[in-house]
Every structure is written in structure tokens, then in C-alpha cells.
Design a protein around this ligand. Sequence first.
Ligand code: ATP
Ligand code: MG
Length: 419
Amino acid sequence: MSTFKAPKGTYDLIPPYSAKYLAVRDAISGPLRLSGYGYVETPGFEDVDLFARGVGESTDIVTKEMYTLTTKGGANLALRPEGTASVLRAALEANLHKAGGLPVKLWYSGSYYRYERPQKGRYRHFSQVGAEAIGAEDPALDAELIILADQAYRTLGLRNFRILLNSLGDKECRPVYREALQAFLRGLDLDEETVRRAEINPLRVLDDKRAEVQKQLVGAPMLRDYLCDACKAYHEEVRALITAAGVAFEDDEKLVRGLDYYTRTTFEFVHDGLGSQSAVGGGGRYDGLSEMIGGPALPSVGWALGVDRTVLALEAEGVELDIPPATSVFAVALGEAKPVLFGLVTELRKAGVAADISYGGKGLKGAMKDANRSGARFAIVAGDRDLAEGVVQLKDMESGEQGPVAVADVVGVLRTKLA
Ligand code: ATP
Ligand code: MG
């Protein structure tokens, strides 16, 4: 019989390894949940035009990386390659921007899909936690998001990451710069695709990773020299607020990022232990996106952090996450003791103690093996004679010490010992 494998570029999260992913998602969302961000969940697929317009026709995501499909009903859909366009679509559809005060602050967590060349840290199915603050132009909001991401990484124990920061200007100054850059790029010796890119989105050529392109970009006009006064002042305020929070960052004039919708503040979190897949997260301000997808003007800012790469970064730094064992108490029932111990396990679980029991009618040896394998701190062992005396044997799995405890006291005693 043939067997199946996970599709190319994907992998399964399996215990105990999968616990790291849960811990990373928790750590990233924790600071957001303490900062007024509400949880939002959107479908795994959307109208393909949402991404074509919202992410940008000239981006790698839209031109090469989207999984598209036509339904039996004739709708053109795409598996979501990123979160921002969907979250903004959902906020607009629910009129969240009219319901209460602005900004609308939302966070999300989920699966994203890109048809990429699979390699370490680059998959066709991956996982992000993201945050969006919709409908306010305030440097404190840009700063807040950068500070919260920094806090999330630090809570996890990550140290060797850097924050790269830039401003992409706005609709006043960016067009002027764009033209200057285009004029410069037209004078270079570039391949056909890059020439085309230079016409559609010249800023993205700056982001080209190829050495032969980078070599020619020396002397290119820099956006910093074209920023209007409003953009300059805005950027300085963001920088001052982050600095005051004690968060270190590097100014990176070449940082443009792959999406078309960014304006002003742009940032990326990079980790130096990940080789060429160094970006663990990124984001920025996207003041024009709402209008691009048919909404009102809603200046917004957000980020998305990659869970897969964050896990790899933790491994690269040798950080061991403090993940509590899945099971604290393991029950081993002998003779006719199963119903009583099963009842105790149920009570322990109700009391919030992680408890499990041996299944499959094993003898003492096999059941104790299960107890050891579970990583439990304590085992409760009982046979007919113990129950006749109204006790179970409580075994400390670390010291090996063992003694009787009255059945009625087991839950209380264990809660105290584990507290
Ligand atoms: P890259 O330049 O590495 O392709 P990106 O700019 O396309 O990254 P974003 O769209 O900003 O990435 O997504 C935010 C984060 O999601 C990235 O920093 C990364 O951690 C993660 N990510 C993006 N694409 C992938 C992928 N194919 N596999 C795993 N993680 C990914
Ligand atoms: Mg990419």
C-alpha cells in the first residue's frame, strides 16, 4: 500500500516539538493582549483580487508565490499569503472603524501559504502572529508595535536579533524620490525582469539581494535625502520613542520590504543565526492600503512575526523554552483499582492538575514505563489491597520516595506538592 507524506515545503508539528510553537505564539501575542489588541480570525482564503490590489501586482507574493484556485462556482480565490489585507478587509466589512474609537487594534495568529522554493526557514506553509493598528496616524503607535515585538522576542529569551528601521516617505515625497531613483536605474545594466520592476516599483530594486545588482546601486539616490518635513518629523518621533523605551535599533536606508503598501515607518527584525532566511518578522505603516482595497482613508501600522523562523532562531541561540511537562501526575492502576484511579485523574484534571493514566490493561512494569515516559513528577499507584485500606501509594518520581495517602486526600495533597 502506498503511504502519504506532507506536501513539499511543508512539515508537521508533532509533540513534544510542537509545544515550542504554542509557546512562541503565546509569547508573541502576550504583550499585544496586554496592550488593547483584540483577537481576529479570518478565512484561510480570500478573493484573489484582495491580494492583487492589497499586496501589490508587482510583488513577488502576487506574481509568483500565490496559491490560486477557481471554485466550482467560478470564484477566483487565493490561499492567504499574508495577514494584513485580510484583517483590514475584515475590519472594514464589520465597520469596526465606525463602531468605536480609532485606532482599531487587532492581533491574529495562523497559517499562511506561499509557493516558494523550500529551504530551511522558507516553507510553503508557515505560521505568523501579527498585529494591526488601524485608523490612526501617531508615531506612538508605530513605536508601540516595535516595542511590543521586541518585548515578545525578549520574553522568549532571544537576544541576537536586530531591529532595522527606515522611513519610506508618504504620497508627498515618495513620488519625487521614485522618479529620481527611476532615472538612476534607467542608466544601469539590469536584466529584463529588473528593468520591468524598476518601472513598476523602483524602490524594490534597492532590496535586490544579488551582488551584481547591489554593486551598481552604489551612488543611488537615497530616500532619506528626499523625505518631506512632515515625514522627517514623524520618523524622528518614532525613533525618539523607541529609544526612550530602551529598545535598540539600526537605521537602514535600504530597507524597503517586499510589499507595495508601506508608507513612512518600515522595520524588520533580523536574526544573525539564520543564514539567508534572516528575517524573523517585519512590518510598517500602510497609510494607503484601505483606499487601495475600496475603503476610506485609514492610516494604519502593523507587523507580522514568523513563528517558524522564531523557533529556528531560538534553536540557533540554544535557548531552552520553559515549557511545563505535559503531565504532572500519572496514575498506575493494578487489579480492580482502575475505576477509582480513573476517578481521581478526572478530579485532578478538574482541579487544574495535568494528569494521565495508563491505558490498555498493562501490568505494573508496563504501566510504570508509561509513567516514566510521561515525564510526570508524581505517580499514584494502587492495587486492591491499597484500596481496601482506603489509600493509594504516592511516588515522587524524582527521589523515588513512596508512601500511602488517603484516597480522599490525594487531590489536595498533590495540589499542595505541585504548587
Ligand atoms: P523574506 O524576505 O524572507 O521572503 P518576507 O519579507 O517575504 O520575508 P513577510 O511577508 O514580511 O516576509 O512576512 C513576515 C515574516 O513571516 C517573515 O519575517 C518571516 O519570518 C515569515 N515568513 C515569510 N515567508 C515565509 C516562508 N515562506 N516560510 C517561513 N516563514 C516565512
Ligand atoms: Mg518573501
